[in-house]
Design a protein around this ligand. Structure first.
Ligand code: B12
Ligand code: SF4
Length: 453
């Protein structure tokens, strides 16, 4: 992807330097094939580039590589030279019964041991990507998906998805540890009828595992869909809310998002114990200084969730890129060549680049402050303890998207800052497991008594 391309080129250069041919694919090089092939004046990084979806071109690439006859470009075309999109009906069976799942484990090694002591199943938390369909026709201005996958939406059969879930469920049972599935579809409910049918089949087969998926807010108006999400194991839904300002949404061709209904959508999910990762973009054309606080004010009135904040980023070949380029507003037209996290590549209309950066910083700092963490946990006080622990751990991890939490020291600092919330959860956990309040002695050992802070 664009964000990682400079690093990918460095790796490719090192591999090519020892004489091994490199083939690159994916959304960035599909749009910037000349860059990867050194045809635009820069150095060459790849021997060949696979454009678009490579499911069907990959066997040809391997055969050509084996004969030492790699072509520069492989395009997904049919016998008549027309662009062709692979069907997902004949999807390869993924051997989830054999694949090493450690690569998907989110629990850092240093935390694994103490967590194992809490009880069975706590030492690992593996999030497994599963694809059930491709494509989204909505064409939001900043998004590459409609351009890349086309507006042709394709699905796997329910049966093949259910079989994958059954394999994963069996694996979780035999190995212990937590497993959750991330349905990586761009918009998991883009065809509501089909999504409901898949979820019903998952329930009928007893293939429920905890899962997370991306679904746009407009599709979550459907009560029956939300019921099925909850009954089939859905726990978290990623919602691209982007902005609370309808003008901004209209500007980026996302007018189908209605800020007035965000609260109701989130309530509908929360009533079924499904929570939301709410994604916001700052630096849009109608944003002014204070956008972070205005957004946070709304967020505070919603059920607890995981807000995330980013900056409007012109990805290559998107309508947004073309609009900003035509208007001469790109300040770093090749921003991916000098990638900087959370940095704009164009000037917003109603604030400066620095102001936009400050808004994102403020969004993260306030949404993940110890007070906000405590408030999120407290808002779930009528729910079982597991939900409160879940949101607390998820928030600690999500905070790391903006404030890198590398190494034990930064984690210890974070734990110290959130000691009050941790202490409350530990005390409640003690009551839940032992049926009586924590004793003053244990309290002292944990350093959580009155005045311990
Ligand atoms: C899942 C996902 C994530 C997950 C990844 C988790 C995981 N373990 O997989 C998470 C949540 C971490 C994530 C994060 C981000 N993501 Co993301 N993500 C996706 C998503 C929804 C699915 C990716 C996927 O697996 N697709 C299915 C496979 C089949 O498609 P594919 O990867 O494109 O592969 C096909 C072809 O591209 C090609 N191909 C790909 N690689 C190669 C390599 C070779 C050698 C060959 C021959 C072919 C080939 O063949 C494949 C089969 O057809 C895509 C959208 C999408 N539908 O693709 C966005 C997407 C990839 N993400 C995107 C972005 C922007 C991000 C973030 C920057 C978001 C943010 N603002 O923070 C971060 C960056 C993370 C990082 N590494 O730094 C953009 C990238 C656009 C771009 N031009 O770079 C996408 C396309 C979404 C979008 N709205 O535009 N993401
Ligand atoms: S709804 Fe989501 S996946 Fe679809 S075009 Fe918009 S941002 Fe992209």
């Amino acid at each position: 992807m664009t964000r990682m391309i400079a690093k990918a080129y460095r790796m490719a250069d090192a591999i090519r330097a020892v004489g091994v041919p490199v083939v690159m694919g994916g959304p960035h090089v599909t749009e910037e094939a000349d860059e990867a092939l050194g045809r635009n004046g820069g150095p060459r990084h790849a021997d060949a580039v696979a454009l678009g979806e490579a499911d069907e071109t990959w066997p040809k690439i391997v055969a050509d590589a084996a004969r030492g006859k790699l072509k520069d470009i492989y395009a997904p075309v049919d016998a008549f030279g027309q662009e062709s999109k692979p069907s997902l009906k004949q999807y390869p069976a993924i051997r989830w019964d054999k694949i090493n799942l450690d690569q998907f484990n989110l629990v850092p090694k240093m935390a694994a041991r103490p967590l194992q002591r809490i009880g069975d199943g706590w030492g690992t938390f593996r999030i497994i990507p599963v694809e059930s369909g491709r494509g989204c026709p909505y064409g939001c201005e900043f998004c590459t998906v409609t351009g890349f996958f086309g507006d042709s939406i394709r699905f796997r059969t329910n049966e093949s998805v259910v079989n994958e879930l059954l394999l994963l469920k069996a694996r979780a049972k035999s190995e212990g540890g937590q497993i959750a599935v991330f349905f990586i579809d761009d918009n998991f409910a883009i065809n509501i009828k089909r999504t409901k049918s898949l979820l019903r089949d998952i329930i009928a087969a007893g293939a429920q595992v905890h899962w997370v998926a991306q679904i746009s807010a407009n599709l979550l108006r459907d009560e029956e869909l939300v019921d099925l999400i909850a009954a089939s194991g859905g726990k978290w839904v990623f919602i691209g809310m982007e902005s609370i300002d309808p003008t901004n949404l209209a500007d980026v061709n996302k007018g189908f998002n209605k800020p007035g209904e965000y609260a109701a959508v989130l309530e509908r999910l929360a009533q079924r114990n499904v929570y939301a990762i709410t994604s916001f973009i700052f630096g849009m054309d109608n944003d002014t200084v204070g956008v972070a606080e205005r957004t946070l004010k709304e967020i505070r009135t919603w059920p607890a969730g995981l807000p995330i904040f980013g900056l409007l980023t012109p990805l290559p070949a998107t309508p947004l890129y073309k609009r900003l380029e035509a208007a001469g507003r790109l300040t770093r037209p090749k921003h991916w060549q000098e990638f900087i996290p959370f940095a704009m590549a164009h000037t917003p209309l109603k604030m400066t680049i620095e102001e936009a950066h400050a808004e994102v910083r403020a969004g993260w700092a306030h949404a993940y402050s110890p007070e906000a963490m405590a408030q999120a946990v407290d808002s779930l006080k009528d729910k079982p303890l597991g939900y409160r622990i879940n949101i607390f751990i998820a928030r600690m991890c999500f905070r790391g998207i903006y404030f890198p939490q590398m190494g034990p020291l930064s984690w210890l600092k974070l734990i110290y800052q959130n000691r009050r919330t941790i202490s409350t959860l530990v005390k409640e956990g003690f009551v839940a497991w032992h049926g009586r309040p924590i004793s003053p002695k244990v309290n002292e050992r944990l350093g959580t008594g009155v005045g311990a802070t």
